[in-house]
Write a protein of this length. Sequence first.
Length: 455
Amino acid sequence: MIRHALQAGTRALCRRRFSDTHSREVVEDVLERTESARITKQASLYVHWPYCLRRCSYCNFNKYIPREDNEHMMTECLQRETETLLQLSQVSCITSVFFGGGTPSLADPSTIAAVLETVSKRACLSDTAEVTLEVNPTPVGKSKLEDFFRAGVNRLSIGVQSLQDKDLEILGRDHSPQQALQTVAEARRLCPGRVSVDVMFGRPEQSVESWENELSELLRVCDDHVSLYQLTLERGTQLFKQVLQGEVTLPTEEVTAEMYQCARRTLHQHGFLQYEVSNFARQNAVSHHNRSYWKGTQYIGVGPGAHGRFVPVGEGGVLREARTQTLEPDIWMREVQQKGHATRRRIQLSHLELLEEVLVMGMRMTDGINNKHWELFSPHLGLHEVFGTSSDVKELLQRGQLILDDRGLRCSWEGLALLDSMLPALLVELERHVNQRLQEDDHAKGQTKRNSDLQ
Ligand SMILES: C[S@@+](CC[C@H](N)C(=O)[O-])C[C@H]1O[C@@H](n2cnc3c(N)ncnc32)[C@H](O)[C@@H]1O
Ligand code: SF4
């Protein structure tokens, strides 16, 4: 699901870039120091399984209904692309693995085992590293949970979405609430303390009262991690058409905002700490994999349509790249067979773009961004320097939505619900300071050159 959070996060980023080459030199200089050994040697790994049994009415993720059984080839290609990208990144330690989709619980457990084996051969993957599998609670695949566990999965993220029959039908899900509850129970038996449930709110015709009841029911059965996603109406989906044609109505913004706040309070009362906009954990059962995205750590994305962010050290790269793999599974497989990987798009991230991501992703966490962490990416421009003088930011601080103190920068409880509206002001301030610093550095460089020319 992090891909969703990431998409939302990166959508909020304005695509601006440096074009002049001497700015690039400064950037590289800074990055050589910030993207230092620790940052470039570690990464998390996302593996995308692109197949689903059917299309849910709201979903625009990269998924396909399989036409034939090609799992053998798919497995080989996932292994090959993993090897290639590990080699390209020169990452020596994979800190966590996430099998997402699509519906990766439709894959054969031997596929999961094969990918993990490849990772272990090419990099260090500790026995205790978090290995998550997204699971659809469909009857197909239920019996396989134990086999996934044996294959090396140690955390299960179950797409419950709703506990209402009628809603599951509108959403186009292929399971009942009972099947979802059985899957959660079975998962808890296998991985106690390491089971997460995904639930969506803001669903068609949903009321705050029914949401409260549903959440209470869920809290009676769930484990120690809950992800709550506000339903996004995505263009091109069946739900989008239904809403456009007036066949179904979504709750208003005010109602969904109330649902979010009510869920935060309820989860808190049940001992769950919110650690990110959509994520809540008890007993510190946070998702290490997702947290690594919010902390701006490198990640490698393998499989059709997967996204990655890493420095291609293996081919002499010094800047982090945003990489996207080919979307369509058959074409993806062909490219992997031909070239060892199917990277369709590579964009070098400028220093500003990297900081924008660290900011946008970091502010999603309740802890926000601490000074030390920011310094890793921005050693010469501290959080207080960037945000301490802006009048817009001051207003957010005075309103109590934002906190800037000795720890760093973060949202208040009220502010976290308003993050999207605060980000533009923060991004403008960041851009202004980074550009100003680049100009000052350029000026100083020019001055030094003139002095040495005169001597
Ligand atoms: C893309 S799904 C993949 C996992 C699995 N196939 C499933 O459906 O549970 C990951 C999560 O994304 C969330 N999601 C997908 N589309 C969404 C949308 N339009 N709005 C909000 N959340 C969405 C769902 O909560 C889902 O559990
Ligand atoms: S099962 Fe998951 S990935 Fe597949 S269509 Fe439904 S929401 Fe999307």
